[in-house]
Design a protein around this ligand. Structure first.
Ligand code: HEC
Ligand code: HEC
Length: 323
């Protein structure tokens, strides 16, 4: 598929990882899905500082909420709730996506409003539903801490400011990649990494056309698509919200109404509930609805079971341990 190739060639031009990029031919024969690199070079001092900041409640107005409150690494990089609660118990309007492998998504957020991980950090810090704070507030709190003052001074000449906070958090997020899923081993040429049922699930995933949207290094995350290509998902579900308008909220273009970034399916077993509205509680339910609304196909019970088995092989490792 053209878009998969486009994304792959982007990766070939700008490999951000310390590994030789894969030739396009391999990408194509594996259905335009690529394995996650096994290692990458990152500035460890920034990773460590970014980790501390990611777990720092001082980033929120009342010092109660850190990034990790909603993006727990033990719970797939999410909090596994339909909607998360921020400062003052404010309820979110979309399901919290994972922070694992987020750099491999071409845009951030369900509607793609954000382009880079650095830029993304502004959103939670300022959002009233998340941390309800501001950079001047955060910077002045951190400046009162001798520990932070010395940690920043070791890395950044200009010390504690919003750019440096964003830089170190984003670097930490780039360290949250999950290579070595059984499926990646399969792609790298270990046929026995998947059982025959899991391989059959992958065959159906390709044959039915899931792969036309869920593809590339993140098995998703590299294009926008309408949710409800066949049938009207939103009318059927009811109570349409502003967040349901998806990419329309970013561009104002009629054609972007109900368009969302195609979700990455990596580690998908670990991040229920599913969809931007968090309404599908199980993977089986999500797969059935995808068949119905994205492919116009009523999947059989067997199809669903096999595809779910395949999806569960997409769980990778973080720092050498399965997620
Ligand atoms: C109250 C819960 C909550 C907190 C706290 C929170 N987030 Fe999020 N995060 C979300 C939600 C919800 C989204 C999706 C927003 C959207 O799509 O409109 C999101 C999206 C993201 C994304 C984009 C992922 C992707 O692939 O689209 C990243 C990266 C991220 N958050 C990092 C952070 C960082 C860094 C912090 C701390 C500075 C943080 N989050 C704090 C709930 C939270
Ligand atoms: C036409 C494009 C398209 C096709 C085909 C498609 N999907 Fe999706 N998929 C999407 C989009 C867009 C989303 C995000 C929808 C939302 O929540 O707004 C999504 C979300 C998902 C999710 C939930 C992800 C999450 O984190 O919540 C799963 C699971 C999924 N798809 C699996 C599949 C499977 C399995 C198939 C084949 C049976 C399939 N998809 C076919 C576009 C597609």
């Amino acid at each position: 598929m053209t878009i998969g190739l486009w994304r792959s060639s982007q990766l070939l031009e700008k490999p951000r990882v310390n590994e030789e990029p894969k030739p396009i031919a391999i990408t194509l024969s594996s259905g335009a899905i690529e394995p996650i690199p096994l290692t990458r070079k990152l500035d460890n001092r920034k990773v460590e500082l970014g980790k501390k900041l990611f777990n720092e409640p001082k980033l929120s107005k009342d010092n109660t909420i850190s990034c990790a409150s909603c993006h727990g690494l033990d719970t797939g990089g999410t909090d596994q709730l339909q909607f998360s609660r921020g400062v003052n118990n404010a309820l979110g309007v979309v399901n919290t996506p994972t922070v694992f492998n987020s750099e491999f998504n071409f845009r951030m957020h369900w509607n793609g409003v954000v382009t880079t991980l650095e830029e993304q950090v502004d959103k939670p810090v300022y959002s009233e539903r998340v941390m309800a704070s501001s950079w001047p507030e955060v910077v002045s709190k951190l400046q009162k801490s001798p520990e932070y003052t010395s940690l920043f001074a070791k890395i950044y000449d200009d010390r504690i400011n919003s750019d440096n906070i964003k830089d170190s958090i984003a670097t930490y997020e780039r360290s949250l990649y999950t290579p070595n899923s059984r499926f990646d081993k399969f792609l790298r040429g270990e046929p026995n990494a998947l059982t025959s049922e899991e391989q059959e699930g992958y065959s159906r995933f390709k044959a039915y056309g899931c792969v036309s949207c869920h593809q590339g290094i993140n098995i998703g995350g590299n294009l926008f698509q309408t949710f409800g290509l066949f049938g009207n998902y939103f009318e059927d579900r009811g109570e349409i919200t502003k967040a349901d308008l998806g990419r329309f909220n970013v561009t104002g273009n009629e054609e972007d109404r109900y368009k969302f970034r195609v979700s990455s399916l990596r580690n998908i077993e670990k991040t229920p509930p599913y969809f931007h509205d968090g309404t599908a509680e199980t993977l089986e339910e999500a797969v059935e609805l995808m068949g119905k609304y994205q492919l116009g196909r009523q999947l059989s019970e067997e199809d669903i079971q096999l595809i779910v088995k395949f999806l569960k092989t997409l769980t990778g490792e973080y720092q050498g341990r399965p997620l």
